[in-house]
Design a protein around this ligand. Structure first.
Ligand SMILES: *Cc1c(COP(=O)(O)O)cnc(C)c1O
Length: 378
């Protein structure tokens, strides 16, 4: 059993991908070829954003967002501690200061209460609260209603890191069109992945879109050798855009499959594990199906037992960012980041992909339930 089965998806669309790749080889426009613009329009339409600008990867997407919003030295950017390092690493790159915020244990997403504490702490340190960067962790949209309210009240900008959750649903809207800027990643294992690195940025603001388009091509002005700002080289390859066009065509169907599998897992596992419960008006992309147990020792036992019967599991993420060597000296919510620490020591993710068979789902469920996890020592 695979943790994420990319081969089954490829089998489904291999012929169409081959044809798309052949078309690129025929026209030869490997950089910013016609498939790039075609993909950007299709992505913007899918989530209802005004503009989509593709780029080289999800990390660059975050950095380009900060650059376009002119976040820099003296600015505080609020980031959850329980996330992938890329969410925070772009902040010092633009000269700003990441300030770590705790999560809610029932969603693994940024806590609005902790955000308030962190804003106050940043201000007391002489930093200007500039941007909030919630993460749609494991595919579940962050608590945007509360976070947007705080962001607006403080005159900040909202950058949604939807590397895992692009295309999820939040109270009748789709992630990608919820903040001032939304970013995503097409890393192969993400819900919408390509066959290499790729990323995209979404905004409704045409001026921000134009600035990002300039930054991703060396700060270009009206033509290629006219440089009006210090930019980057961060374009999406035409070949990756071509592949993504075929993957996007089946993405909505794949999200339905993921939802079906997640519901099955939840119904079967909720007696013995802390499972992700979704309210009616929120739908995850299920980038990961992540469950929680009572202790690190229980987790080790559970992962070992699954491994023994050939079921792969993974821990996202074993160490919160505020405890990492590279990030431990940055400011944080002074009340502490206890939920991030609890999550890091007690969550694990089980196999999830749209092509996980019912037989394999049953195998995962049977292996987990036979543990009688609550009878194990914590
Ligand atoms: C994957 C990921 C990124 C970075 O994307 P890359 O394309 O790998 O650079 C950023 N944030 C989160 C939450 C991610 O999961």
């Amino acid at each position: 059993m695979q943790f994420i089965d990319l081969a089954a998806q490829q089998q489904r669309i291999r012929q169409r991908i081959d044809a798309r790749i052949a078309a690129v080889l025929d026209h030869g426009n490997y950089i910013m070829g016609p498939e790039v613009a075609e993909l950007e329009s299709a992505l913007a339409a899918f989530c209802g954003a005004g503009h989509c600008i593709s780029c080289a990867n999800g990390t660059d997407a975050l950095q380009l967002a900060l650059m376009a919003l002119e976040v820099g030295p003296g600015d505080a950017v609020f980031v959850p501690s329980f996330t992938f390092a890329a969410s925070a690493e772009v902040v010092p790159f633009v000269g700003a200061t990441p300030v770590f915020v705790d999560i809610e244990l029932d969603t693994y997403n940024m806590s609005a209460e902790s955000l308030q504490n962190a804003i106050e702490a940043a201000r007391n340190m002489g930093l200007r609260p500039a941007a909030v960067m919630p993460v749609d962790l494991f595919g579940r949209p962050a608590d945007y209603e509360k976070i947007t309210e705080i962001t607006k009240a403080e005159g900040m900008v909202l950058i949604c890191d939807s590397a895992q959750g692009w295309g999820a649903q939040y109270k009748g809207r789709v992630t990608g069109a919820l903040g001032d800027i939304t970013t995503t990643s097409f890393f192969p294992a993400k819900p919408l992945g390509c066959y290499g690195d790729g990323g995209a940025i979404f905004t409704d603001d045409p001026e921000i879109a134009a600035v990002i388009d300039s930054y991703r091509v060396h700060g270009k002005g009206t033509e290629k050798y006219d440089n009006v700002r210090v930019g980057m080289n961060s374009r999406l390859d035409t070949l990756q855009a071509a592949i993504l066009l075929e993957k996007l065509a089946i993405y909505a169907d794949e999200l339905d499959q993921r939802e079906r599998i997640a519901r099955r897992y939840t119904a079967a596992l909720s007696d013995q594990f802390i499972v992700p419960e979704m309210p009616q008006d929120i739908r995850s992309t299920w980038a990961q199906y992540t469950i929680r147990v009572g202790s690190e020792a229980q987790r080790t036992r559970a992962q070992g037992a699954l491994k023994d019967v050939g079921i792969p599991t993974a821990i996202y993420y074993p160490k919160p960012l505020h405890q990492q060597t590279a990030y431990r000296d940055f400011p944080r919510d002074p009340k502490g980041l206890e939920n991030s620490e609890i999550a890091a020591s007690s969550v694990f993710s089980v196999p999830m992909s749209p092509y996980l068979t019912e037989a394999d789902q049953d195998k995962v469920i049977a292996a987990l339930m036979s543990l009688r996890i609550n009878d194990l020592e914590t």
